[in-house]
Ligand binder design. Structure first.
Ligand code: 5GP
Ligand code: ZN
Length: 114
């Protein structure tokens, strides 16, 4: 638990979130400011600042997060296509410095990303 971290506060139940899934390692909830019809965030309970802070010890956790993202995309009916995104650092658009996987879908995505 990192005091000022908004996602740690969601994990602790100190601020509400529209929870979709939780287990002993991860939570998934709806993004408060969705940029696609489906916009889910998958986060680990463990505070990790972002993708670049991952270590070898987190490899199983990362695999679980991606598998959960895939499962939730399928449950949301996104078989036609979806995007899994992790931003690292301010210039990449990271605003919350607790690791999270965006699950985005329900509209046509463009490439390259902005
Ligand atoms: P980032 O920009 O760091 O990749 O993504 C952070 C995401 O967290 C953003 O899409 C933002 O809308 C979402 N977010 C920020 N604060 C909250 C919150 O309090 N609750 C929820 N559900 N999502 C949040
Ligand atoms: Zn945190």
């Amino acid at each position: 638990m990192t005091q000022a971290c908004i996602f740690c506060k969601i994990i602790a139940g100190d601020i509400p979130a529209k929870l979709i899934y939780e287990d002993d390692a991860m939570l998934a909830f709806h993004d408060i400011s969705p940029v696609a019809p489906t916009h889910i965030l998958v986060i680990p309970r463990k505070h990790i600042a972002g993708p670049a802070a991952l270590t070898q010890a987190d490899e199983t956790l990362m695999g679980k997060m991606v598998n959960l993202g895939n499962d939730l995309a399928a449950k949301a009916g996104l078989q036609d296509g979806f995007r899994l995104v992790m931003n690292n650092g301010e210039s990449a658009g990271q605003t919350v410095f607790h690791l999270h996987l965006h699950v985005l879908g329900g509209r046509v995505m463009t490439w390259p990303p902005g």
